[in-house]
Ligand binder design. Structure first.
Ligand code: MD5
Ligand code: FE
Length: 204
């Protein structure tokens, strides 16, 4: 079922349940080519979330800053291709949420272990902020913080569970958001982890 969160943001509850096994198999395939890696922020901190990417562009963080690039700066290699199922699934979810033209050129895959978190931030490294972001949650549940347009604005807490898809578009594209520290657990498909796939259009 579709649950509106705010202007431009909608949770498609359990929308990815059926494809979850296929999506996870493809996550394994991508990460066998480009392993999950705890990147270092420009401020010198090791991120608690491990990341990999697939698609024409990948998002990463290193001493120079945050950027999208065609190659992984850690290895110099191109990112693995985006699997067709990823692209089709993300486009379909975006269409469902009122963004019929969305075709992602980047997919960031976040892996959360117990205690891993994402502090409040905005996603604004993409060229066209009118394009939505589609995020797919797999495995252990997490508490998502959905804030306002300033870092200090009060944030709503929303539980994101296995198979939940969120489409962030319109005015919600630029809200501050984060993930509270993951609680330990075991999920039948993903074990001790939560995975989140974020499909993006990095460049026009
Ligand atoms: C996650 N990832 O669960 C989230 C899902 C990230 C990130 O935040 O940057 O990798 S994407 C949540 C999101 C994206 C764009 C806008 C908004 C939320 N928002 O306006 O709240 O790993
Ligand atoms: Fe984000």
């Amino acid at each position: 079922w579709a649950e509106p969160l705010a202007d431009g943001a909608v949770i498609l509850r359990r929308w990815a349940r059926e494809e979850a096994g296929n999506l996870m198999r493809l996550v394994e395939e991508v990460s066998s080519q480009n392993p999950f890696h705890h990147r270092i922020t420009p401020g010198g901190h090791r991120m608690s979330v491990a990341m990999t990417n697939c698609g024409d562009f990948g998002w990463s963080s290193d001493a120079r800053g945050y950027q999208y690039s065609e190659r992984d700066s850690a290895t110099g290699h191109r990112w693995p291709a985006m699997p067709d199922l990823f692209r089709r699934f993300a486009s379909q979810c975006a269409g469902e949420a009122g963004f019929p033209q969305f075709t992602p050129d980047a997919c960031l895959i976040n892996r959360y272990e117990p205690g891993a978190k994402l502090t409040l931030h905005q996603d604004k490294d993409e060229q066209d902020l009118k394009q939505p972001i589609v995020s797919v949650s797999l495995g252990l549940p997490a508490v998502f913080q959905f804030g306002g347009f300033e870092r200090g604005d009060a944030a709503q807490r929303v539980l994101l569970e296995h198979g939940d898809v969120v489409v962030w578009g319109g005015p919600s594209r630029l809200r501050f958001h984060g993930i509270l520290p993951l609680k330990p657990g075991i999920h039948p498909l993903t074990g001790a982890f939560r995975f989140n796939l974020t499909f993006r259009r990095a460049f026009r």
